[in-house]
Design a protein around this ligand. Sequence first.
Ligand code: AMP
Ligand code: MG
Length: 494
Amino acid sequence: MHTLETLPFDNAFARLPANFYTRLSPEPLAAPYLVGVSPAAASLIGLAPDQLARPEFPEVFAGNRLMPGSEPLAAVYSGHQFGVWAGQLGDGRAHLLGEVAGPATGWEIQLKGAGQTPYSRFADGRAVLRSSIREFLCSEAMAALGIPTTRALCVVGSHAPVRRESIETAAVCTRLAPSFIRFGSFEHWAAQGKGEALRQLADYVIDRFRPECREADNPYDALLRDVARRTAELIAAWQAVGFMHGVMNTDNMSILGLTLDYGPFGFMDAFDAGHICNHSDDRGRYSYKAQPQIGHWNLYALGHALSTLVGEPAAVQAAIEESYAPAFEQRFMDLFRAKLGLAQALPGDEDFIGETFDLLQRHHPDFTLFFRQLGHLPARVDDTDRPGTDAPVRDLFIDRDAADAWLTLWRARLGAEGRPDNKRQDAMMAINPKFVLRNWIAESAIRAARAGDFSEVAAVQDCLSRPFDEQPGNAHFAAPPPDWAHDLEVSCSS
Ligand code: AMP
Ligand code: MG
């Protein structure tokens, strides 16, 4: 276990050539205070629990005090935003402090919101408390759901004002990831025709994270296939929990297949496949139902960037087509079968899952509650007991007959397997979360934090660290949006 002074830094990214980043220190933040901290994230880097309560802790993670061994830098990247080439972007408000050896993998420590960098363009280099709490809570919640993601160690706040649509206050969210390299990091060098830098970056990723790609005839082709498969599996996992990223620009797509850059994300409440969680996305490019195709589009942007390394356009196309859709379909089907309590793959499952989506789309029940409550129902039921027994699911529907008709199909499909109810129900409880970070829950914690009460951030974080447990004491966090939250809007402003 380490202290803030003894974290074992070994900064591999900082050993890349100087054109990959700019070295610079974070800008100090006035009188920082701790808003939230994740003990689980701290343990990833072997930081001793007593360190989290030290008065130096908020100073360090505001960027006011550098830990020995850190070599702060901001990385350069480019990307496609909303389908349009945006040119150079980069860490406009993120400082990579360096990489710490963890028990399993190395973890880069990054301060988001710690001041301007050469890549800030016209922006202030800061992040507001609202978006920092959202990123903190969601990173840790996604990890607890078992979904690949960057992690969040803590949020520190300050009374320093930050101008957005209104005046808000500044915060820094400390993120952890094996690497923050994005699709856009590769697009950056390809767009400039810098083949050598492109190859150096690809070699860095392969040697550090995907050494198995070295064994392939063309390691870069293998890397593209690996990214395509992981991205497909990631997006299938998002679909299965009703997560919408909101800004799937190529600069927000992790080369390691992690959920990256939490902004105007959302979790589905009442199901609508066309739901757009980002208020700034007026055309719905990043709606729930669009996410799988956007992942595919983004892989073509990456594939195009890697084309000088992979080979002919046909080779790039083959790498993507042979990896992305097959991996997505497989994982999507596996996840939704499991969510429905089905242990075997049988002919007709695609139709049944399609009918399930039709039901959800026509009647808009709460997505999370629908699957969670389904896990409470028995496989067999007498017609006379049905309304009472099936109430947990039926009551999510105004049209009870529609629910009954679908439940009859579901029971017929369960009957084809004959798995004991207790086994099936346990399996369903382990895949269908009771708790996800609904917008209203994040908003409620943010409002309390703005008023100086951080206990709700901690309560939400604690609840979402065990999303599959019943937690009767936290039943209120499983509820659909209350009336006050019906017109919450989340935009790109952060
Ligand atoms: P995002 O849409 O948050 O992924 O940001 C797109 C680009 O804008 C990234 O390069 C960010 O680093 C940069 N950016 C966003 N907000 C700010 C800010 N307040 N200050 C500086 N750069 C920012
Ligand atoms: Mg971003």
